[in-house]
Design a protein around this ligand. Structure first.
Ligand code: F3S
Ligand code: F3S
Length: 105
């Protein structure tokens, strides 16, 4: 799956959301999360992110590799909802993301 990494945190441009054909990019308070169970690896989101936050999971920079696990954790916590725009924003961040410093970006 594709993964949203650090440049999204507290930025949340959301250009990616409009591009996703399966609507699998979910909004939390500090970042958005791609559901790895729902993403079909189309890659449409990656080039439209103005902060270059989106990577294929095998192409994540080493420092940001943990964002792949954070996404897995997040959807284990909140479940698979089958459509982000209908479900709406989720009032929860994955714990590692939630603990990031306020001045991270
Ligand atoms: Fe974040 Fe980029 Fe999408 S900043 S919300 S991953 S367009
Ligand atoms: Fe959607 Fe991006 Fe996956 S557009 S299907 S989240 S690669």
């Amino acid at each position: 799956a594709y993964v949203i990494a650090e440049p999204c945190v507290d930025v949340k441009d959301k250009a990616c959301v409009e591009e996703c054909p399966v609507d699998c990019i979910y909004e939390g308070p500090r970042t958005l999360y791609i559901n790895p169970n729902e993403c079909v690896d189309c890659g449409a989101c990656e080039p439209v992110c103005p902060t270059e936050a989106i990577f294929y999971e095998d192409d994540l920079p080493d420092d940001w590799a943990w964002y792949k696990d954070a996404a897995v954790n997040f959807f284990n916590e909140v479940g698979d909802q089958g459509g982000a725009q209908a479900f709406g924003p989720i009032d929860h961040d994955e714990p590692t993301v939630a603990k990031l410093p306020a001045d991270i970006n």
